[in-house]
Design a protein around this ligand. Structure first.
Ligand code: KG4
Ligand code: ZN
Length: 331
């Protein structure tokens, strides 16, 4: 089954062609970084406008890179939440138009479940497994009980991990997007030089706003701070908590595989920390290559493939759901 995936939830316009949910034939990603950089963050209205300009061309590219015609697509999958409402609407309406014109099924994909499915491409991972999704909007622990059964164990009570990276980057005067910059700068710093706090919140919950405040206070008190040490120590505080809670959840619920997902899963310290702790705990670790950690349409097509296994879908009245995923509602 050939699925064309579309992703426009934030500031990446992406289209991808995926075969049988596991093989990427193309995955085209147009980043809007240069549009938002002068503002130090994503400007929702500009993101939506840029998606409108890019989506047609990016989709054509995805089809031509995959070497197929639009008529050869068996179904369409589009991210319909969470994300920026205007940005999501562009992808959803474009996908509706394509699917309707071709008379083919259309599925709305949960962006975070899509991130989890980025782990299904490069290995033979199969549910059940535990996933930690760390992105710009989410920090969430999910039990993937089956291909279509996702259960949220817990998430952040305030800032998401990526949000914390981006805010600390701003405090350090680093350019947007901040996460990769903190990662780079931290390479030259000592992760144990500053004792930033590790938030003690619920068993499977996270909190990063206190850590961000601690960094702010440290910078105010220490005018001659070493930026690389601050970046490395902040990063260490984040990755230690993420790893500790994930391992605890895996052991408590008897999972033997852990899958990382989301943009922050590109972070080198995070990947190294998980490699260490998973080896010690005798857990299998899965991490997508960096380009599949950040937003992309291949992951949306992969998730859509499993939804389509549940039966044909048309969804012409599909809406968008901008709100963050929480532990309240099981799926
Ligand atoms: O998953 P993603 O591409 O978009 C969302 O769904 O939010 O994640 C973007 C987030 C941003 O906060 C970005 O700064 C962060 O991922 N990020 C990183 C790294 N690469 C991207 N954070 C830390 N280290 C990185 N190398
Ligand atoms: Zn994302």
């Amino acid at each position: 089954m050939i699925i064309l995936g579309i992703e426009t939830s934030c500031d990446e316009t992406s289209a991808a062609v995926v075969k049988d949910g596991r093989r990427i034939l193309s995955n085209i990603i147009a980043s809007q970084t240069e549009v938002h950089a002068p503002f130090g963050g994503v400007v929702p209205e500009l993101a939506a406008r840029r998606h409108i300009e890019a989506i047609g061309y990016i989709t054509e590219q995805a089809l031509s890179r995959a070497g197929i015609l639009l008529e050869a697509v068996d179904a369409f999958a589009v991210a319909n939440g969470p994300g920026l409402v205007g940005a999501l609407l562009v992808g959803v309406n474009y996908a509706k138009g394509l699917a309707f014109a071709q008379g083919k099924p259309l599925v709305g994909v949960h962006h975070i479940e899509g991130h989890v499915c980025a782990n299904l491409f490069e290995n033979d991972l199969a549910p059940p497994f535990l996933s930690l999704v760390v992105s710009g909007g989410h920090t969430i622990l999910i039990e993937v009980r089956d291909y279509n059964v996702y259960h949220v164990l817990g998430g952040t009570m305030d800032d998401a991990a990526g949000e914390a990276f981006d805010k600390v980057a701003r405090l350090l005067g680093l350019p947007f997007p901040g996460g990769p910059q903190v990662d780079k700068l931290a390479q030259q710093g000592n992760p144990h030089s500053i004792a930033f706090p590790r938030a003690k919140v619920g068993e499977f919950s996270f909190s990063f706003s206190g850590l961000k405040t601690a960094v702010m206070q440290y910078l105010a008190k220490n005018k001659n701070f070493n930026a690389a040490d601050v970046a490395a120590s902040f990063q260490q505080a984040v990755v230690e908590v993420l790893a500790e809670k994930t391992i605890h959840a895996a052991q408590k619920f008897g999972y033997n595989a852990v899958a990382l997902a989301g943009g922050v899963a590109c972070n080198r310290a995070l990947r190294a920390q998980f490699e260490n702790v998973c080896t010690s705990a005798n857990l299998q670790l899965h991490m997508p290559t960096p380009v599949l950690c950040t937003d992309n349409a291949a992951m949306i097509a992969a998730r859509g493939y499993y939804q389509l296994q549940q039966g044909p879908q048309k969804n012409w009245d599909m809406d968008v759901y901008p709100a963050r995923m929480t532990a309240q509602g099981d799926k």
